[in-house]
Design a protein around this ligand. Sequence first.
Ligand code: 2HA
Ligand code: ZN
Length: 271
Amino acid sequence: MAELFTNIGFVKELAATADNMYRLGWDERNGGNISYLIPEEEVERYFNPDHVLRTIPLGFDAKELIGKYFLVTGTGKYFKNVSKDPETNLGLFRIAKDGKTAELLWGYADGGKFTSELPAHLMSHIQRLKVDPENRVVMHTHPTNLLAMTYVHELDSAKFTHTLWQMSTECVVVFPDGVEVLPWMLCGTNSIGEATAEKMKESRVVVWALHGIYGAGKTLDETFGLIETVEKAAQIYMLTAHLPRVNTITDDQMKELANLFGVKVKNGILR
Ligand code: 2HA
Ligand code: ZN
C-alpha cells in the first residue's frame, strides 16, 4: 500500500521538483521546502478522508484554509532524499475544523512533521489565493546566485526588481509583478510568515535577504520556472556586476516587451 502511494501523480510530481532543485544546488542539506495544495477530489481518489493517522498542532491560526489539503516537505528532511523515500520526507494533511491543527492522512512515516517554515507557506497560500484562486504552490529555496546578490545589491524592492529585469530579455515578461525583498529576519517564525504573506499581496516572488527566496504559482512547473528565471537573472548579475557595463536593456525596451506580451508591469519601476 505504502508503495502504491508513492506512485500517486502529485507525490511523484513534487518529488521530481525536489530532485530538480537539489540538482541545481539550491537545496543543500535540509534547505528548502515546498507546499502543494491538492484538490479534495484528487486526495479522495487515493485516501479515505476519515482515516486520520495523527494530528499535529500548526502553531498559528489558518482558518482561511480549513478543510484544504496540502502535501508538504518534512522538517529536517533533505531534498535529495524525497524521491527515494516520499513517505518519510513528505506528508499529506488537511487543515482541521479548528483551523489550528493538521490532520495527517499520509507520510512523515518516521514520526516527523511538516517544515518549520509552515507559517510562511500557509500564510502565503492564504494571501495568494485572494489574488489568484488558482494558486496551489508555495516554494522556498536557497538559489546560489540570488543569495549572493543579496550580499552586494541594495535591498530596495524596486531597485532589486529593476536590476533583475535588466539581466535577461524574458524577465519582465516572466515576473512582471517583480520581486519584493525582505531584510534579514529570523526564519521559522510566525513573524517572517506574516511579513512574507504581506509581500505576497504585491508579488509572486519574495526574496529573503541573506537566506533565499519564496515563489508562488498555479503549478509546480510554473513556480519552479519562476524561481529558475529569477535565479538565472541573478547569475547574470553576479557574472557581470564587477565588469564595466557596455550594453543594457533599456526601460523603453522593457515597455515594448510588456506591450507585446500583454503583461502589466509593476508600477514605479520603469521610467
Ligand atoms: O527548512 O530552508 O528556511 C530549511 C529551510 C529553512
Ligand atoms: Zn531556508
